[in-house]
Design a protein around this ligand. Structure first.
Ligand SMILES: [Zn+2]
Length: 243
């Protein structure tokens, strides 16, 4: 395959655009934020589970408190009823029994109030634990939203970059012989496509050419397409090649 030195140099631009396109394509598919977003999603599941546990504890304490409140209400109603009866009775035996019951109701109410205070304290702690976990989740969500927005911007920029690259590439390719482009495309499937040959080295794979290969390169006419014996890419010789 033959190509003018200028066309060969143009292949370097095509290879550069292809390299940028691969990078942009990688960013578009997997923006740098993707890994952390994945971590956050997994964390969010665990955090939601913990929130459910803490909410369950709070609900149980809440039920306990409601039960105590209703016990207090029952005891207070009985106390009011007994006090009414005591005021109304003239039977000393009844009065004695009512006084006895009022005394034990007083003790019961005092115990219930102590228990209520204890449960209220536990409810406060359980509510604080729920709020703390909710704050953790809010933080995870905020980071997730921020990273998602950033990732979206990266994807949009990469998509625009890919469009620009495609336009630039089409313009260069249009000026080159179809056969040369076909050859480059084939080579580019397995290598960087085209690379500068400089200081005895293939810029595509960084391989330093051996004496025999170097000699062959020196002997090849300048409009002959030569490839790297190591990676197979088109080696573009220029005045920088130092041959
Ligand atoms: Zn190479």
């Amino acid at each position: 395959m033959n190509a003018s030195p200028a066309d060969q140099r143009a292949l370097l631009d095509v290879a550069d655009l292809d390299r940028r396109a691969r990078r942009a394509e990688a960013s578009r598919r997997t923006p740098p934020q993707a890994a952390r977003i994945g971590e956050l999603t997994a964390q969010r599941t665990l955090q939601a589970h913990e929130l459910a546990l803490r909410s369950g504890v709070r609900d149980d304490v809440q039920v306990e408190l409601s039960r105590l409140e209703s016990d207090v209400a029952v005891a207070e109603a009985r106390r009011a009823r007994d006090a009414g009866r005591l005021a109304a009775t003239s039977n000393s035996k009844d009065a004695q029994a009512l006084e006895h019951e009022l005394a034990s109701l007083k003790k019961r109410l005092s115990d219930l109030e102590d228990a209520e205070l204890d449960v209220m304290e536990r409810l406060e702690q359980a509510e604080a634990a729920v709020a703390a976990q909710q704050a953790v989740i809010d933080e995870t969500n905020a980071e997730g939203s921020r990273l998602s927005a950033e990732a979206k911007a990266v994807v949009a920029e990469a998509t625009a970059e890919l469009e620009r690259i495609a336009r630039d590439r089409a313009a260069i390719v249009a000026s080159l012989p179809t056969e040369l482009v076909g050859y480059y495309d084939k080579v580019a499937l397995r290598s960087t496509g085209a690379a500068l040959f400089t200081r005895g080295t293939c810029e595509g794979c960084r391989m330093v050419l051996s004496g025999t290969d170097l000699q062959a390169l020196r002997n090849a006419p300048e409009d002959r397409i030569v490839t790297c014996p190591e990676c197979g890419c088109i080696l573009v010789r220029t005045e920088e090649s130092g041959l």
